[in-house]
Design a protein around this ligand. Structure first.
Ligand SMILES: [Zn+2]
Length: 414
């Protein structure tokens, strides 16, 4: 199974927007951009909304069938580890192996020694096409990197082989993700991570490093865009080099776990993937759920009522809902409007506050982030919420498609 050059990860908490999401890929195709959809849902999301991986498979298959989508599509077991992978095996054909927990933990000294011995040949000055400055590599540097990442990659190898034993060789796409850590990986760390991945015989087709800056959920990038651009370009250069050096799959590409809506880095990404003729996997999730809320608000009447209920409930349960996402949100509580204020909002007011339009003065990134983590509230509403999704399907679908196509796909891939 060979992942295409451009792929787009779509998440869908309530499994009702599969067609609307796929329509964005269809619109892209009409512009001559081939992007394959990957429906992703993590163990965390499944746990919060009480769903099983089968539901994602079902949603993807149904959307593809109903819209007669002829290209490939995938179902991603997002951020799995050894403790939860088994539930995903049947439904998924894309596995995001998460080894972030092992980064910084040491593998046996003997393994580090063997690794350093093997890669001693890179000691000295390394010039890589596409990177301006030469890279100085010392034995200490290789040892330091191996101490930090080798165990994590060994764990990825174990998990890969576990999946392979169940699904068979070559029957799925493998991603290795290290994004949920505090410290960004440098391009040279990426180089030795890829060496270790090759040593473990993991046929990784995508790799998700932690990039510099903050990737808060559902809102724009926070950080030094120029620094991001430099690292991103260097990562692309490293990957192209490592494919040749280590015999990794030649379609290996970067995966960006965007947390959705990192608009200010989209232009540098667009430029870089064109410069390097590189592929890209962009993972999003919560942006679709927020479009559901926006669509409900825009529908008015009962839709707006539900959107307000969700805000009210989320506001009251701030700590509980934000807890699991503490490291990936930054909400200024003082800037959240009161429940009374939001309850007085008209449709356009609600919609403008949540819609990710940076030039709209009513846009409130605090409201947006709180609602982002508020999907648990919608889940608890049960049929009331699902019925509203069905009742206002048309207007919601319009928002979901337009968001993915206009704000994401066109900015990154066109
Ligand atoms: Zn991630």
């Amino acid at each position: 199974m060979r992942l295409e050059k451009y792929s787009f990860g779509v998440g869908d908490r309530f499994a009702h927007q599969g067609k609307a999401q796929l329509n964005a890929m269809i619109k892209a195709k009409q512009l001559g951009i081939d992007i394959v959809p990957v429906w992703n849902k993590s163990y965390r999301e499944h746990s919060i909304v009480h769903t099983k991986p089968d539901s994602v498979r079902n949603e993807a298959d149904t959307a593809v069938k109903e819209l007669s989508w002829q290209n490939s599509y995938y179902v991603d077991a997002d951020h799995i580890n050894m403790s939860n992978v088994d539930a995903f095996v049947d439904a998924s054909d894309f596995f995001t192996i998460d080894v972030a927990d092992y980064i910084g933990k040491q593998s046996p000294a003997k393994d580090i020694e063997v690794f350093v011995e093997k890669y001693k040949k890179y000691i000295g000055t390394l010039n890589i096409e596409g990177i301006n400055e030469a890279i100085e590599i010392t034995e200490e540097l290789i040892t330091k990197i191996a101490s930090k990442v080798l165990l994590a990659v060994q764990q990825a190898g174990k998990l890969y082989r576990h999946i392979e034993s169940k699904k068979g060789n070559g029957d799925f796409v493998t991603e290795v993700s290290m994004d949920e850590t505090d410290l960004a990986q440098t391009p040279i760390e990426m180089f030795f991570i890829l060496a270790a991945i090759a040593d473990e015989n993991i046929p990784a087709q995508t790799i998700a490093p932690k990039f510099t800056g903050r990737f808060n959920k559902g809102v724009d990038y926070v950080g030094d865009v120029a620094q991001f651009e430099k690292e991103f370009n260097e990562d692309l250069a490293i990957i192209a080099f490592a494919i040749k050096e280590f015999g990794l799959p030649d379609n290996l590409k970067l995966s960006i776990h965007s947390g959705s809506d990192k608009f200010s880095i989209y232009a540098p990404i667009n430029k870089a993937i064109k410069k390097f003729n590189a592929g890209l996997h962009l993972k999003t999730a919560g942006t679709t759920w927020l479009e559901e809320i926006i669509g409900l608000a825009a529908a008015g009447e009962q839709g707006l009522e539900i959107a307000k209920n969700i805000y009210e409930n989320a506001y009251q349960r701030f700590d509980e809902l934000c807890g699991p996402y503490a490291t990936v949100i930054d909400i200024d509580k003082a800037k959240l409007p009161s429940i009374d204020e939001v309850n007085s909002w008209t449709s356009p007011q609600f919609k403008n506050a949540v819609t990710h339009n940076l030039s709209c003065p009513e846009y409130n990134l605090n409201v947006r982030q709180l609602l982002h983590v508020g999907y648990k509230v919608a889940s608890e509403m049960g049929n009331k919420y699902i019925d509203a999704l069905e009742k206002y399907e048309d207007i919601i679908a319009e928002h979901v498609t337009e968001n993915i196509f206009e704000r994401h796909i066109k900015q990154i891939f066109l």
